[in-house]
Design a protein around this ligand. Structure first.
Ligand code: P6P
Length: 336
């Protein structure tokens, strides 16, 4: 079978699902930026890009040099193309304004340029997560600066979502709302090649992902659920479960997309003001769209993540996502 590159897939999507040309262009630009990030990440110590950037982001997290570099790569790749009205990123306090010398377009791009970056210095898989929204009310026609409110749309409004994972292979996982496709980077060609069509999350699983060190801080429904997982065959769930925690959301979600599982980052008592660690706009929403498009489920424990009306660009939410049977079980315990 002739190899289907990302470009060919996107052209065929235009024919079959009326994917707009400027959305196709947006995805191609983001994919190219991810190739550049993959190249920088793979250099490691040889590229002088490991370690701290001696700066903090709005999250109060120390930025790695590669966090800042990845953010710059995505901004520079996207700002001139005329397909965006603005951008937002984990690494920037406010929305990024398209420079006046460039035309604006109909989309908003929101991203975590390098998720899991605490793993970079120990050579564990990291990734780029992105979400595409339409700009509301012709916001691209306005000359004044784009406000945060243009981005504050529920996850159901996403027109595309995806991630690149920089692991043994560099892969791009993409959904345009018609299923989830996986592309593997062919470094000889320099192209992403379609290798996984219509990925599906198995409905049931025997594998869970959570940071167990926070167990004493969890709310009761989570303590109950994880206790049942740990009770195994002799417990109420009647089977033994395995556990994985890579502490890189892209890597944990990719495993679940590939072989099933449930990923959990619940709110906990360590900081009652924080409703969880993961950010809604550029972690939970894109990953939830991907998981739902692949037949899985994604909730905060009390509501569907994609239904949340965002209140701020960097707001955090609890996350339970993956195999539908397990997500529905732990969500049910929150209703009890
Ligand atoms: P913890 C990475 O910093 C991240 O945002 C996600 O990629 C990952 O799932 C989570 O945090 C890991 O958090 O508390 O286990 O280090």
């Amino acid at each position: 079978m002739s190899r289907v590159t990302l470009s060919r897939y996107l052209i065929e999507q235009t024919r079959s699902n009326n994917t707009p040309a400027d959305l196709r262009f947006l995805i191609e630009v983001v994919a190219r930026a991810c190739k550049e990030i993959s190249h920088a990440v793979s250099k490691g110590a040889l590229g002088g890009v490991l370690g701290s950037a001696e700066s903090e982001n709005i999250q109060g997290e120390v930025q790695k040099k590669l966090d800042v570099l990845s953010n710059e790569i995505l901004l520079e790749a996207n700002e001139w193309g005329g397909h965006l009205a603005g951008m937002a990123s984990e690494e920037m306090d406010n929305a990024y304004q398209i420079p006046g010398k460039y035309p604006k377009g109909a989309y908003l791009l929101v991203f975590d340029p390098l998720d899991g970056s605490s793993n970079i210095d120990v050579n564990v898989s990291v990734g780029t997560i992105f979400s595409v929204l339409r700009c509301p009310n012709q916001c691209f026609s306005q000359n004044d600066s784009l406000g945060e409110e243009a981005f504050l749309q529920p996850g159901t409004e996403q027109v595309a979502a995806g991630y690149a994972i920089y692991g043994p292979q560099t892969m791009l996982i993409l959904t345009l709302g018609h299923g989830v496709m996986g592309f593997t980077l062919d470094r000889e060609l320099g192209s992403f090649v379609l290798t996984h069509e219509h990925l599906q999350v198995p409905q049931s699983t025997a594998e869970f992902a959570i940071n167990m060190s926070n167990q004493r801080h969890w709310e009761e429904p989570v303590k109950r659920y994880v206790g049942e997982l740990l009770a195994g065959k002799e417990g109420p769930l009647g089977k033994n479960y395995n556990m994985r925690w890579i502490a890189s959301m892209v890597a944990d979600v990719h495993r679940i997309l590939t072989r099933g599982g449930i990923f959990m980052y619940p709110r906990d008592a360590r900081d009652p003001s924080m409703p969880g660690k993961l950010r809604l706009m550029y972690e939970a929403n894109p990953m939830s769209m991907i998981i739902e498009q692949a037949g899985g489920a994604a909730t905060t424990g009390t509501q569907r993540i994609l239904d949340i009306q965002p209140s701020s660009l960097h707001q955090r939410v609890p996350v339970f996502l993956g195999s539908k049977e397990e997500v529905e079980r732990v969500t049910g315990y929150h209703q009890a």
